[in-house]
Design a protein around this ligand. Sequence first.
Ligand code: HSE
Length: 437
Amino acid sequence: MNPIKIGLLGLGTVGGGTVSVLTRNIDEITRRAGREIVISHVAALDYDADAIEGLDRIGRITDDAFDVVNDPEVEIIIELIGGYSPARELVLKAIENGKHVVTANKALIALHGNEIFSAAQARGVTVAFEAAVAGGIPIIKAMREGLAANQIQWAAGIINGTGNFILSEMRDHGRDFDDVLKEAQSLGYAETDPTFDVEGIDAAHKLTIIGSIAFGIPLQFDKTYTEGITHIEQLDVRYAGELGYRIKHLGITRKTDKGIEMRVHPTLIPERRLIANVDGVMNAVLVYGDAVGPTLYYGAGAGAQPTASAVVADVVDVVRALTSDPENRVPHLAFQPDAMSDIPVVDIEDIETAYYLRLSAVDRPGVLANVTAILGRSNISIEAIIQKQAIDGSPHVPVIFLTQRVQEKNMNEAIRHIEALDTISGQVARIRLETLA
Ligand code: HSE
């Protein structure tokens, strides 16, 4: 059989990794795919030729990506340019031209996936996106195929390596936020615009995809609540540790009576949970299925070769599918397109969770009584309180509360009242807490 020809868009971190993995492991990959795979046409603007192993074994390189998607010899396009545009136009053109697409572009799938999948379905081609979520961890395959027997109840993941790297370094080495972020950028983990990492947007892209696959709902990035890690202070990391918790930036999706929760935010989790011990750039996704119970998927969530591992696995899947009945392909979002559900996504104000609160209070009798009265009026039950020593002779002392589960709108109201007290200084630091039991 003739080799299958691939068009590759992008020779950055993941593009370079994909060339390396595909050329280095070509014999094993050919045995798995059943056909030899060659990268015959590549589009790249600027790249470091010396840093890419195997570059001498690929076909021609152009600076016009549309040349590649219009190349009649190419059967599969690997899109590794990233971003929304021109990635969207290129992918839609490739589909129109009858080509299968493999992409690592989570932003593209989270925002334009519904449009792209319906175009692919109409044209009878596959769009594979394993590398878009949690780098090298085969979480899409695990959820879409391995857990297909289950009603998924919830999933929670550390799905941004850069954010996890920053929080881990802050906790273990007391390092400065900006300093760690620079290191993550130099190691190729961070997004081109690192605010996507630290403001939670990258994690929200990935959670949007996980939520759709878990519950069979269309991709709805705009309804995913997104909060980053920039407001997490060193002292919150320390206090959480003293209470037996770790602060992790989690993406959480859960099916409730009200709908589907979709939220990304820093979260206290008990330090004894396996996922609480996932450090550095590593990612982990915990999925709870009614039949299987909790399952945990762990691995490198970013970087050239781990992400290339997922890209190349998708290429192998596509090549295998080319020789099978198209009706038997796995649906893009795990559920059949005509069986998608319209269960609503829950507004963040309606979610229920426990909280860690840190207030800066005047050290005087009756001050905490006022705070607990406010919490009581909002029906918020307190799990633990600790008062720390004043910092640098300040008249205020840090007071930490752990609460039981409460509806977010009640907590917002309580925080507004607490912040209005003249015995409380500044804003209340609030971090949601999940026991993940
Ligand atoms: N910037 C992402 C991260 C890369 O840090 O996890 C993988 O999507």
